[in-house]
Design a protein around this ligand. Structure first.
Ligand code: HEC
Ligand code: HEC
Ligand code: HEC
Length: 272
């Protein structure tokens, strides 16, 4: 079965993650139990995969001619760097992908965990109702004619698609003829750049300016606020005694959560 669009967000990421990280590292790779517990609802990669590269916009309306210096002489679609203030985003993912490569999944469905994504904008070809039309890529690569590639892709998709196949693989019905391009936000899953040193720690997430937008992930306003303030600024207090309660105090407190007394004492000592 052909996939309607090329994208690296596939259910395989979740299989590799579920089976392979824990295949080699076991279910409880951390001495510190809180991280092992979190792995039940946060994917390994959400904490461990860090990437600083910018997100990109793929613009299917822009045809880029073959690069004369590239032996692989093919046409391609426009790609540009998007947001310079790029941030990883997070979403619940149950291992299956919905229309336009959106991850499926929800909090509390018993099978999803939170995964990291690199947001990617795509300006996609659509029919009059906004349904995406899959191009026939090899034709486009050779000729650079997107309209021909869309007509071919559409008729091949129509020849393969049945309601049963649609239901089985979660594929959208056959789109109509090309009408316009319109953008959508999709995501590439992040699974490279595994790091131990830079893995997210308590205060990376449990902090009002943390990396996760808890409300966007489906937590109520109150729950989000409590998750953000879990480490509790007031009870943390002015641990280094510099007259302010700030991120540095959180870091010290975080080391405490890590059970790392040495690091905590060292941090305190260095900042007195
Ligand atoms: C094929 C086996 C295998 C798989 C799959 C695997 N790892 Fe590893 N990983 C290793 C080995 C071996 C090491 C090195 C251990 C050492 O040096 O003590 C390691 C090291 C690490 C470290 C420590 C790195 C450091 O700088 O000390 C982290 C963190 C880690 N892996 C996380 C992951 C995550 C997350 C995944 C899944 C995305 C994963 N690993 C998948 C085998 C694997
Ligand atoms: C909530 C965040 C979080 C999650 C989820 C998480 N880790 Fe970690 N992991 C960390 C942090 C932080 C460290 C570094 C701890 C330290 O050095 O104090 C770490 C350390 C490690 C290490 C090095 C262990 C050691 O003691 O040398 C491995 C291996 C590892 N993680 C694998 C995994 C795997 C596999 C998963 C998924 C089953 C996973 N982690 C899920 C945050 C996380
Ligand atoms: C990658 C982000 C991330 C990191 C890092 C992280 N957490 Fe969490 N934590 C979460 C999320 C998301 C939840 C909510 C889980 C749920 O109930 O759905 C949570 C829940 C919790 C809860 C339960 C709170 C409640 O009210 O349900 C505690 C306690 C907690 N975390 C402590 C910690 C500690 C301590 C650390 C560091 C050792 C840590 N967390 C690191 C994301 C993170």
């Amino acid at each position: 079965m052909k996939r309607p669009l090329n994208n690296d967000l596939s259910a395989h990421d979740v299989v590799i993650d579920h089976q392979m990280c824990t295949d080699c590292h076991g279910q409880n790779p951390h001495d510190f139990e809180t991280y092992n517990e979190h792995a039940g609802f946060v994917s390994c990669t959400a904490c461990h995969a860090r990437t600083e590269k910018t997100a990109a916009i793929r613009d299917f309306a822009v045809v880029v001619p073959p690069d004369p210096n590239n032996p692989l002489s093919i046409y391609s679609v426009g790609i540009s760097d998007a947001t310079p203030d790029y941030k990883v985003s997070f979403a619940w993912f149950d291992g299956s992908v919905g229309p336009e490569n959106k991850p499926r999944g929800a909090r509390g469905d018993g099978k999803s965990r939170i995964y990291p994504y690199k947001p990617v904008g795509m300006n996609l070809p659509r029919d009059a109702d906004g349904n995406v039309i899959p191009p026939r890529w090899d034709s486009f690569f050779k000729t650079g004619n997107m309209m021909d590639a869309l007509a071919q892709g559409r008729s091949e998709y129509a020849a393969l698609w049945t309601p049963e196949i649609g239901a089985k693989y979660g594929l959208p019905p056959v789109p109509g003829e090309f009408d316009h391009f319109a953008a959508s936000e999709s995501g590439f899953s992040i699974s490279h750049g595994i790091t131990r040193k830079n893995a997210y720690k308590c205060a990376s997430c449990h902090n009002p300016a943390g990396v996760m937008d808890f409300e966007k992930l489906g937590y109520s306003e109150e729950k989000s606020e409590s998750l953000e303030n879990l480490l509790g600024l007031p009870p943390v207090g002015d641990l280094n005694g510099d007259g302010k309660i700030d991120a540095f105090d959180l870091l010290i407190f975080q080391n405490y959560w890590h059970g790392n007394q040495d690091a905590m004492l060292k941090a305190l000592k260095n900042n007195q």
